[in-house]
Every structure is written in C-alpha cells, then in structure tokens.
Design a protein around this ligand. Structure first.
Ligand code: NAP
Length: 301
C-alpha cells in the first residue's frame, strides 16, 4: 500500500512525486510510455525558468532522476482503471498488475489530437506521424508538411527544416498561436513555405503517403510530400477514470486550483486538468499543488 500512486510520469507527475516524498509520503509513479511525457518531443525548451535552453529529453531525465533521488518508486505500467475500496484505492494496470494506494494523483497528460481524415489511422507510420522528433530522421532530404499553428508545430517545422529539402507548414488561420520567437525563426528559413488559411482535406497515396490535398482560399491545392506531421495539440484520455471525475465539454478534468476532484483522495494535475494555460511551468505547478493537497488530505484521515 502506497500513500500516493501518481498516474503519469510527465513533468506534473514527477514534480508531484518530488513534493510528496518531501512531505514524507511513500510514492509510486506509473508511466505507460516513457518518463517525461510530451516534453521529450521538444528538441529545445527555452522558457523553463533556470534554463536558457535545454532539450526536452534532458529535462525529462533530470526530473526523473530528481524524483527517484527523493525516494519515489517508478514502474512502466499503463493504468487502465481505478477501483475504490472504501477510502482506499486500487490502480489496475493493462498488464493485470494492481497497486494499492491511499491517495491517487492523476497526471495522465494528453495524447496527440488527430485530424479525423479518412485513412489517417491506416497511413500512420507510413507517412503520417504525430512526432517529428521521433520520425523526422526518416525524411532526410525529403519534402514534408507540418499541420498546426501552436508552438509544437512551429518547433517541428524548424526541426524538420534542418534536415529536409522542403517543409510546408499548413495552418488553418493566418496567425499563429505559438511563440512569436519561433515564428520569426521560421520566417528566416529559406526552405519552409507557410500555407495559411488552409486545411488538409485528403491524404493521397497507396500503402505510403505521397501527398495531401489542401483546401485554401476556396480552392484546392495538391502538395506532393513524403511525410505529414500532424501537430494540432493534445486531448486528454481520461475515459477510464471518468466516473470518478467531473469532465468539461472537451474531456478535461474539471478541478479547481487546489487540484481536488469530487472523489475523496483523488487529485488531478497537469495537462489533463481543465485550465487556461498549458505550459511546462503550469504542469509542474499543478504537480506541487496536487502533492501538497494529497499529503494534507492523508494527514487529516
Ligand atoms: P496548441 O497550442 O493547442 O496548438 C494547436 C494548434 O493546432 C493550433 O494552432 C490550432 O489552430 C491547431 N489545430 C487544432 N485543431 C486543429 C484541427 N482540427 N485542424 C487544424 N488545426 C488544428 O498545441 P501545442 O502546439 O501542442 O502546444 C500545447 C502547449 O504546449 C501550449 O501551451 C504550448 O505553448 C506548449 N508548448 C511549449 C513548448 C516549449 O518549448 N516550452 C513547446 C511546444 C509546446 P488554432 O490556432 O486555429 O486554434
């Protein structure tokens, strides 16, 4: 029986583990893919206080080491359900493993949002990708496109521009919600073409992607590309825990700044919580708040 099981080993979950350990609680962090979460897909993070520039993977490694150094236990397991046993909880994993906890912090992050195009799933891994850091190297000297207008899409276009012959950046509006510093850097790149007020309507090709049809200014345009990087934000994946939470219309856990949920002893932190600003800094802030709230709740029992 752990005092606190943290579901999700991204910045919010690992920060929660550090704070919970320092509050004297036993802690287990469960992560389904790789510790660090989405930040591991950012080649350079330049807005995390204390680091002028650091790679997402290095930051993730440091967060994980810090949590383990403080005594948090970690397991690569996918939590697939949460069972209430009176006030205690059992985290049930996809592997069949179970972990008992007095309190749980849900820091499950968000998964990449899809465009919802015909054949999108079929072509994923055959030209369609949601991770430029993971798959960009396959398209060295090739022609690729990135879809999206947030900081992630801008970063992906910059990264791919370093190795690809040409990069199209397709965005549905004419202004970007991502950081202006990234927009300025992109505009200096000779091999990046902005395709604005545009939406991808069709994926072309047989077994492999060969192009996309884009709707732009009332007409359509075909772009011959080998790779399409879909970088249109994330969406939470809380279905397994929905009965214990209050979800907003977009599927995020509706919890106040104290990160408490309607279920006693269940707290929510990071990108899966409904909030206005989703940044590394707000994720780690949530981790700290949720851990301290959980520790206080445990001490009050
Ligand atoms: P985001 O900021 O939510 O941006 C998503 C983008 O995708 C928006 O431009 C949006 O268009 C577009 N989009 C959404 N649905 C679409 C659809 N169905 N079809 C076409 N376009 C669609 O997501 P993000 O870029 O992944 O960033 C997530 C958070 O992480 C943000 O807060 C960001 O600042 C942060 N971040 C930080 C760093 C860092 O280095 N510190 C790096 C990356 C991301 P509209 O603009 O028209 O809505």
């Amino acid at each position: 029986m752990y005092d606190i099981v943290v579901i999700g080993g991204g910045p919010a979950g690992l920060t929660a583990a550090v704070y919970a350990r320092r509050a004297g609680k036993t802690v287990l962090v469960l992560e389904k893919d790789g510790f660090g979460g989405q930040i591991t897909q950012s080649p350079r993070v330049e807005n995390f206080p204390g680091f002028v520039s650091i790679s997402g993977t290095e930051l993730a490694d440091r967060l994980l080491s810090q949590a383990m150094e403080q005594g948090a236990e970690v397991e690569l397991e996918e939590a697939s359900a949460l069972r209430m046993d009176g006030a205690d909880k059992t985290v049930v994993c996809a592997s069949g493993a179970t972990f008992a906890a007095r309190a749980v912090i849900l820091a499950a992050g968000a998964k990449p949002r899809q465009l919802g195009l015909a054949r999108e799933a079929e072509l994923t891994g055959n030209g369609v990708s949601y991770c430029a850091v993971c798959d960009g190297a396959f398209y060295r000297d090739g022609v690729v496109a990135v879809v999206g207008g947030g900081s992630s899409a801008l970063q992906d276009a910059l990264l791919l521009g370093e190795t690809c012959r040409k990069v199209y950046l397709i965005h549905r509006r004419d202004s970007f919600r991502g950081e202006q510093a990234l927009v300025s850097a992109l505009k200096k790149r000779g091999n990046v073409e902005l395709v604005l007020n545009a939406r991808v309507r069709e994926l072309l090709g047989g077994d492999e992607l060969t192009g996309v049809v884009v709707e732009q200014s009332g007409g359509t345009r075909t772009l011959a590309i080998e790779g399409l990087f879909i970088t249109v934000g994330g969406q939470p994946d809380l279905a397994a825990f929905a009965p214990l939470l209050r979800l907003d219309g977009a599927g995020y856990a509706d919890a106040a700044e104290d990160c408490r949920t309607p279920t006693e002893g269940l707290f929510v932190a990071g990108d899966c919580r409904a909030k206005a600003v989703r940044q590394l800094t707000t994720a780690v802030a949530d981790g700290a708040v949720a851990a301290l709230a959980a520790a206080e709740w445990l001490d009050s029992l």
